[in-house]
Design a protein. Structure first.
Length: 364
């Protein structure tokens, strides 16, 4: 598809800290029964993403993008220190004279855990907690870099007065690729961004090239094979928190290394941990700052891991269920939960706390 066809729609594009979106579904006929820790059986559907957006159910869609979406060129011109700059790059690099950009913001909560798989390899689990939104799963096979599957929340993308879901499928896929919240690549490296409620933000200012929160995740998915490589990559860039939100990153690789990456006084701090929620884990004056509920979720998951040295995918699913928003009676929901099998290179999605219906997508 010619770039000018779909980029003509990117008027007043804005990318917030988080992203996703959707339209018409296709699940493969190949299904299996997965047994949970309490002997329940649930249907697990294998999905083959196409280049047209497919709606899995209301509020969750999937699409495949193959080829060059300009990310190496984005890095080559120095990256960007703001979401506005990312939006300008998307517009200017593929068309020109795109008018003024608008931004949106809302806080979100999340939980992650990393654990050895009972059947071999490692599993990474992730809950994304937010208001009802449109999530877009993007399967990517770039010309340069690793294949990956990532998730974006399209409610944090604005295109002037246009409905973001009315943009051409290719345009939505590219936007989603620049605004991932989580994902896993073909090497089994997994990453998630989690918010911390704190008045501080991240604005590193050296002579290094710049990244926003979501473009940092894209960089890691494209280029990091493991946690060590991810940390090295992050050290080469100045990070700028999207929308001024304080965040930390949960990183996990196929051999079971798992860390949180936090920015305290604009200095990167790495803490080994299998569980990340929404408070600082770095030792020092910031430790523990975050929501009370995030401490509760952290304790629940930590106790689960203390009782089980290994877990099945179903047990990880049940652990995510135990800390989903429905347990806390607030207005948010767990919009998606993901079990990432870092050995099999498969991600299984559960939408809006329906843990009886899984959608499994292979990275490879």
């Amino acid at each position: 598809m010619k770039k000018k066809i779909y980029m003509a729609y990117l008027m007043s594009l804005a990318i917030g800290t988080v992203t996703g979106c959707g339209q018409n579904a296709k699940a493969s006929e190949n299904t299996v029964q997965m047994e949970t820790a309490n002997e329940e059986h649930i249907e697990k559907n294998y999905i083959e993403p196409g280049t047209k957006i497919q709606s899995l159910e209301e509020g969750l869609s999937v699409v495949r993008f193959e080829g060059n979406y300009g990310f190496d060129e984005f890095l080559g011109q120095g990256g960007s220190s703001s979401d506005d700059g990312v939006a300008e790059y998307l517009s200017d690099a593929l068309l020109s004279d795109i008018p003024g950009l608008l931004m949106g913001q809302n806080p979100f909560g999340c939980s992650t855990l990393s654990v050895k798989n009972t059947e071999g390899g490692n599993l990474f689990g992730r809950n994304f907690d937010w208001n009802t939104c449109n999530g877009l799963i993007v399967s990517s096979r770039p010309e340069e870099g690793y294949a990956s599957v990532s998730t974006a929340n399209m409610d944090f993308v604005q295109a002037g007065g246009l409905d973001i879901l009315s943009l051409p499928d290719t345009a939505q896929a590219i936007i989603g690729l620049y605004a991932p919240l989580d994902g896993m690549n073909e090497k089994g490296f997994a990453v998630s961004v989690n918010m911390i409620e704190d008045s501080d933000t991240i604005e590193q200012d050296t002579d290094k090239p710049d990244l926003t929160t979501t473009t940092a995740i894209r960089l890691l998915l494209n280029r990091a094979a493991n946690v060590e490589e991810a940390l090295d990559l992050l050290s080469q860039y100045d990070l700028h928190a999207s929308m001024g939100m304080m965040i930390h990153l949960a990183l996990s690789d196929a051999v079971g290394n798992s860390v949180s990456v936090e920015y305290v006084d604009n200095e990167m701090v790495v803490t080994e941990t299998p569980v990340v929620t929404n408070f600082y884990l770095a030792e020092g004056g910031k430790y523990g700052i975050g929501t009370t509920q995030s401490h509760t979720r952290f304790d629940i998951l930590s106790e689960t891991l203390a009782d089980q040295e290994t877990m099945t995918e179903a047990e990880v699913r049940d652990a995510l269920n135990s800390v989903s928003k429905d347990n806390f009676g607030d207005s948010q929901s767990t919009e998606w939960s993901i079990i990432m099998n870092q050995e099999a290179k498969e991600l299984t999605y559960y939408h809006r706390e329906n843990y009886h219906q899984g959608y499994t997508i292979s990275v490879e």
